[in-house]
Ligand binder design. Structure first.
Ligand code: COA
Length: 383
């Protein structure tokens, strides 16, 4: 039996900030962002958007094309959970009107947890081949203003339907995994922005990349030349380039940038979306119009702290018939540009408390975060 990603789709936020606008306001050379970090712009949520509204939009696009009664689990991966107890996926389950006969849970480990959710989904289908599992990765990457991370913010969601005999990619058995207890990025319960040791995080990421690769080789006996395209986690796209050259150095073979180039197209515009970032890379690679049938993709997932996984996926025959690049284009192009001052106002007015609030109607998306009543988050689905 083959198991993998049967369908997928995306969503992002209402606003966009052009990094040239940020560079000008902060007196930074725009080339630092464009070339040094490899980023052009980033998505910024409106006050009536969050991980639930983006996740529900991405998932509703997937469900509109599939039989929702076959879904037995909703696995929601995020770094930016909205409640310490209730899984964000339960709100999504309600908004989408999924059957009660579904297991719903949240996964956490910085940017890595989407991959744990994906593997759990594959394992569930291996045991119960009729089941389908909805895996959702959604995050709002929000760093403190004035920090090195500020230009690497972003927001987005990728929803994936995992099933037997998938239309898009087969997730192959056997991953390389790597855990190392390192304090490169963390977010205490009383902080809405992370604490980051920037340079340490680059090293921790690259150590995990080669560590997970070595484990993949030990598990599977794969060679680097067995991989046709690489997707490395992209907190900013230059990070993927750094990892790729370090991996090339490690295996002692040249690995051209052409093997990663197409995976960075969407992330350059969305910014960091933590758990969703690797999967925006996968979507971009699949949308690139390359004939990838039968090709093996190598995906590297990293979450600070740190946990990493290198795994492989084989692209299915006819996969391009099941892609919807127009949804990404629509999500990106409908974003409303912000001035730097407007962006900073939104950043400052982030709703991080659970006091009663009614949010203004801003987003044009199909789901809204309408506010908080008696400490309960409220959402609405527009028809
Ligand atoms: N033109 C072109 N490139 C420029 C430039 C210019 N005018 N000015 C700087 N650069 C380059 C630098 O050389 C550097 O590239 P390099 O790393 O390949 O040498 C890059 O731009 C970034 O510059 P740097 O001074 O290192 O940036 P920073 O200290 O402000 O912040 C991070 C960089 C990554 C530490 C910061 O964005 C961060 O903390 N991000 C969040 C954590 C993160 O995402 N970690 C990744 C692993 S999870």
């Amino acid at each position: 039996m083959i198991i993998g990603i049967h369908d997928l789709d995306v969503a992002t936020a209402h606003y966009v900030l052009d990094l040239d606008e940020m560079a000008q306001a902060l007196g930074v050379d725009p080339a630092k962002y464009e070339k040094g970090l490899g980023q052009d712009e980033f998505s910024v949520p409106a006050p009536d958007e969050d991980i639930v509204t983006m996740a529900a939009e991405a998932a509703s696009r997937v469900l509109s094309r599939n039989d929702r009664t076959r879904i037995r689990s909703v696995l929601f991966a995020t770094e930016t959970g909205i409640d310490q107890s209730k899984a964000a996926g339960v709100f999504v389950h309600g908004l989408l009107g999924l059957p009660h006969t579904v297991r719903t849970v949240e996964f956490k480990q910085a940017c890595y947890s989407g991959t744990a959710a994906l593997q759990a989904a594959v394992n569930q289908v291996a045991r119960y081949p009729e089941d389908q599992v909805l895996v959702i990765t959604a995050d709002v990457a929000r760093y403190a203003v004035g920090t090195g991370g500020e230009p690497t913010q972003g927001a987005g969601a990728v929803a994936m339907l995992v099933a037997a005999d998938p239309n898009l990619v087969v997730i192959e058995p056997g991953s390389g995994v790597y855990t190392s207890d390192v304090n490169d990025f963390w977010r205490p319960n009383d902080s809405s922005t992370p604490f980051v040791e920037g340079k340490l995080s680059l090293d921790a990421y690259m150590d995990a990349n080669v560590g997970a690769w070595d484990d993949l080789v030990a598990q599977r006996g794969l060679s680097i030349t067995d991989i046709d395209r690489f997707m490395h986690h992209q907190p900013f796209t230059k990070m993927a380039r750094k990892a790729h050259s370090r991996l090339a150095e490690h295996v002692g073979l040249p690995l051209g940038d052409d093997l990663i180039e197409q995976s960075m197209v969407y992330n350059r515009r969305i910014g960091n979306s933590y758990t969703a970032s690797l999967y925006f890379g996968l979507v971009a690679q699949l949308h690139a119009g390359d004939a990838l049938e039968g090709r093996r993709l190598g995906l590297f997932s990293y979450g600070s702290g740190s946990v990493a996984e290198f795994f492989t996926a084989v692209v299915q025959e006819g996969y391009s018939d099941y892609l919807h690049p127009e949804n990404v284009t629509q999500s990106l192009d409908r974003r409303v540009p912000l001035t730097f001052e407007e962006y900073r106002d939104l950043h400052a007015n982030y709703i991080g408390e659970s006091d009663n609030v009614e949010t203004p109607i801003v987003t044009a998306a199909p789901f809204r975060f309408t506010g908080i009543t008696d400490r309960v988050r409220q959402y609405e689905a527009r028809s």
